[in-house]
Design a protein around this ligand. Structure first.
Ligand SMILES: O=C(CO)COP(=O)(O)O
Length: 257
């Protein structure tokens, strides 16, 4: 009998993207989250908070000894130099980050980041020893034109470094029209896109692609987390608004209890 290869078990990640929200006082959300996680010993996923860069050292300290990792929302591709206002991956690592989000649709849209730029940032993350969370997602117009899979495959091809592995790289699928709108794709649509992403990852990276985490992002809330996180090839969530309050974020994490 031919041996059938089983898909590897992938540990999920629930990541919070605070975007441009949070002040020093927000550290109480991290200590609150750490307390909730400590109380519930059965949480089967990794947990990450990505605050504005100014808060990384403070939140890293606040999260010390807990299950909460700290990450950043963007990085520059270079190590250092004359790039006013930018922060390198090495600096983020030095500040306490262990992950960095690259290619978020808000950066692709507001800062004209191309796939090549996103790829250079992901390579910088790897160079610095950070895990890169590479975001892809179609706009509403692209979805209406039934171009979703074509767009996603193109973004993956252009944005992922050639030597990406399951340890260094995470893909986040965030349909642009679902971000901050309260609208989400159906579980069937999420399954279709995540299956296509998995197929593209396996084709390009083999076993590493089979083990790479694929997060879903866009209006994830405690009320829809169980359904969305239960979809095949969904290995966690990238959460915006609902990650700002410890109780809400824990409500989403609870999908993995
Ligand atoms: O953009 C997002 C996370 O990166 C999703 O944001 P919301 O969860 O607020 O829709």
């Amino acid at each position: 009998m031919a041996a059938t290869k089983k898909a590897p078990r992938v540990k999920a990640l629930v990541a919070g993207n605070w975007k441009m929200n949070g002040l020093k006082a927000s550290k109480k959300e991290v200590s609150g989250l750490a307390r909730l996680l400590a109380k519930s010993k059965r949480v089967r996923c990794d947990v990450l908070v990505c605050p504005p860069a100014t808060l990384i050292p403070l939140l890293k300290e606040e999260a010390r000894g807990s299950k909460v990792a700290v990450g950043a929302q963007d990085c520059h591709a270079k190590v250092s130099g004359a790039h006013t206002g930018d922060i390198s991956a090495e600096m983020l690592k030095d500040a306490g980050a262990s992950y960095v989000i690259v290619g978020h649709s808000e950066r692709r849209a507001d800062h004209g980041e191309t796939d090549a730029v996103v790829r250079a940032k992901a390579e910088a993350a790897h160079r610095a020893g950070l895990v890169a969370i590479v975001c892809v997602g179609e706009t509403e117009a692209q979805r209406d034109a039934r171009e979703t899979l074509k767009v996603i495959r193109g973004q993956l091809k252009g944005s992922l470094p050639a030597d990406a592995t399951a340890k260094t790289t995470i893909v986040a699928y965030e349909p642009v029209w679902a971000i901050g709108t309260g609208r989400t794709p159906t579980a069937q649509d999420v399954a279709k896109v995540h299956a296509a992403i998995r197929g593209a990852l396996v084709k390009r990276f083999g076993d590493e692609g089979a083990a790479m985490r694929i997060l879903y992002g866009g209006s994830v809330k405690p009320s829809n987390a169980v359904e969305l996180m239960g979809v095949e090839n969904v290995n966690g969530a990238l959460v915006g608004g609902a990650s700002l309050k410890a109780e809400d974020f824990f409500g989403i994490i609870s999908a993995y209890i």
